[in-house]
Design a protein around this ligand. Structure first.
Ligand code: APR
Length: 246
């Protein structure tokens, strides 16, 4: 692993534009279950019934059973060494943007400023009928949370079947097309269109550093350096390796 960390640190130090693409795996050590590992959220809630915009419109009360459970976990979660390490890399000028699939705000809480939220953020709620917005905090004791127009509110996260926020999509594509290095952390990379980012970066000759506790379909196809293990340990060690050779 030592040698691989040195290789990854070398890539980062020689990169003028370094991005990271993160998924639920980076927040597991903060107590937020991921989706597709054993015991993940989709083991307990069928995404077809709980995570599509059609399901939400058809039965918002039911979907809010899952959303409230997620909100309780996210609300108690704190940034772990992986989030904090990425914040450090940003401060060192060694990580320029994070594109995250996560809606837990932990990158920002961990010190990262340049965060592109590809799937939105759970800290605000919107009314699909009158457009009024609320802070999730304001409505935490209501289940399901309702707008003043009495309709049930929806978190500002992207459900399956909804469009990705245009600015997030365009900015991510632009950055991936000119990155020299891309760190892919804690994602199974099975959900599109976000999972096109590693391929776009690779096509533009970026070096891909993958950090995951398991192999993914990227590992043997686009990954240049695979650092296997928990994101917290690996990123902490990677930050030390970058500092040593900086
Ligand atoms: N350290 C490193 N990797 C980890 C850790 C950890 N502690 N724990 C889990 N992982 C890895 C898993 O091996 C898996 O490859 O993180 C990945 C999590 O994959 P998913 O659960 O599929 O999460 P993600 O890739 O973020 O899902 C993408 O799917 O359901 C939608 O909108 C949802 O944004 C989500 C999208």
């Amino acid at each position: 692993m030592e040698k691989l960390l040195e290789q990854a640190a070398d890539i980062i130090i020689n990169s003028k534009l370094t991005l990271a693409l993160t998924g639920a795996g980076i927040s597991v050590e903060s107590g937020i279950p991921d989706f597709r590992s054993a015991g993940g959220l989709w083991d307990r809630f069928d995404p077809a019934e709980y995570a599509t915009i059609t399901a939400f419109r058809a039965n918002p009360e039911k979907v809010w059973e899952m959303l409230r459970e997620m909100d309780d976990v996210v609300n108690q979660a704190r940034p772990n060494p992986a989030h904090i390490g990425m914040g450090e890399l940003e401060k060192m000028g060694r990580l320029h943007y994070i594109i995250t699939q996560n809606i837990d705000n932990l990158h920002q809480a961990g010190g990262s400023a340049n965060v592109i939220e590809y799937h939105g953020n759970a800290s605000t709620l919107s009314c699909l009928w009158c457009g009024k917005k609320y802070k999730t905090e304001e409505k935490r004791n209501e289940l399901p949370p309702r707008c003043e127009c009495q309709k049930i509110l929806k978190p500002d996260v992207v459900f399956f079947g909804e469009a990705i926020p245009g600015d997030a999509m365009n900015r991510s594509f632009e950055l991936a097309s000119s990155a020299n290095a891309l760190m892919v952390v804690g994602t199974s990379a099975v959900v599109s269109p976000v999972n096109t980012i590693p391929g776009i970066a690779k096509q533009n000759r970026a070096k891909i550093i993958e950090i995951n506790k398991e192999h993914t379909h990227l590992t043997d196809s686009v990954t240049d350096v695979f650092l296997q293990g928990s994101a917290g340990n690996i990123i902490s060690a990677l930050v030390e390796a970058v500092k040593k050779n900086n």
